[in-house]
Design a protein around this ligand. Structure first.
Ligand code: BGC
Length: 348
């Protein structure tokens, strides 16, 4: 079969190549790939900045935002041939740490978790892949290709859960939410907040085009420019850019008692100079900064429900580009109006 593989930490090593069929030890359910979404983490892995091959191997099959069709459900699963499924990304650490022991692998505390297409387990950018039945989520057939948005929806489902759980620390009546970054995660955050009684604002660099249109279609307000120029102090900020300056501005801008949820994974910055100022703002306003990564089964289930109850026409506008696997390099290059690019392996 063909697969898109990479030698982690080696820039420019990605290729579309012949690759052995997945081993039955990788799971009893055999799946044919339909599509795989591309995200910033994939770009980082291809640039040699992130990622780990399986133990004893040099190459990793890329891809963690899957959608596939069951070919062979194996001897012990409730799946049927033809079912649309998505594979869960993270596996618990083997120790296990207390969080992995209770199924909260997204909160793994010892860092020994593994992640498909990212950390030590092959991903989903191959014509066929396998999974253990317990790490497969059945996708409602009515979603069709939109099932490829399930993984990013899990990330935001967890992040929003964390915000409201954290909000229980004191009496809290949030009214305004700011989402920074109108990529797929930011737009899905705006979508999910728009179904609550909150005023939703999204800030991004794009001045025109699809992103402002998608935000306004939710009844939310779109902003460009600097966070410091906004004429309100948000009660919640969901930070989806990972850019140091945006994070620092968010922390300075958040309202009293407000919660900032960081979801972006950036790197570098301008040093520690401003950290004390930023921390002072957090202290004086009783703010809470919550980091949120990955998702456990509870979030995967809820994210599936969230997708089913969203407007399919709006969701389908998020998929702005479909590329063939052999054109994966083009898929990984960001173009101005891109929201979510998917690599399509077969028809849904
Ligand atoms: C994925 C998460 C993963 C994280 C860190 C993100 O792109 O969506 O599942 O935990 O990267 O590796």
């Amino acid at each position: 079969m063909k697969a898109i593989t990479v030698e982690p930490k080696k820039p420019g090593s990605a290729r579309y190549e012949d690759f052995p069929e997945p081993d039955v030890r990788e799971g009893s359910v055999l799946v044919e790939a339909v599509a795989v979404g591309v995200c910033g983490t994939d770009v980082e892995i291809v640039e040699g900045k992130y990622g780990w091959a399986p133990p004893g191997k040099t190459r990793l099959v890329l891809g963690h935002e899957s959608l596939g069709r069951v070919i062979d459900p194996g001897p012990s699963s409730s799946f049927k041939a033809g079912d649309l499924v998505v594979g869960i990304v993270r596996r618990p650490d083997p120790v296990p740490c207390p969080n992995c022991a209770v199924g909260e692998w997204d909160m793994c505390t010892n860092g020994q978790y593994t992640e498909r297409g990212i950390k030590e387990i092959h991903g989903f950018m191959s014509e066929h892949w396998r999974s253990e039945p317990e790490y497969l989520i059945k996708v409602d057939p009515s979603l069709g290709i939109l099932g490829v948005l399930l993984e990013p929806m899990t990330v935001i489902t967890k992040a929003i859960e964390q915000v409201f759980l954290a909000g229980q620390r004191a009496y809290w009546e949030p009214k305004t939410v700011l989402v920074t970054g109108a990529g797929p995660i930011g737009l899905l955050a705006a979508l999910r907040f728009s179904v609550r009684a909150l005023q939703v604002h999204v800030l991004d660099r794009a001045e025109t085009g699809l992103k402002p249109d998608l935000v306004r279609a939710l009844g939310a307000t779109y902003h460009t420019g600097r966070i410091s120029d906004l004429d309100f102090d948000p009660d919640i900020i969901v930070e989806c850019t990972g850019v140091g300056a945006v994070i620092a501005d968010s922390i300075k801008k958040i309202g009293s008692g407000g919660i900032i949820c960081l979801t972006g994974i950036g790197a570098g910055g301008t040093g520690a100079g401003a950290v004390a100022d930023v921390a002072a703002a957090v202290v004086l306003k009783n703010n809470l900064i919550v980091g949120s990564v990955n998702a456990n089964k509870r979030h995967w289930y809820r994210a599936g429900q969230n997708l089913i109850h969203s407007d399919p026409a709006w969701l389908s506008r998020l998929i702005t580009r479909r590329e063939k696997p052999e054109n994966f390099k083009t898929a990984l290059e960001r173009q101005p109006d891109d929201v979510k690019t998917i690599i399509q392996f077969s028809d849904v």
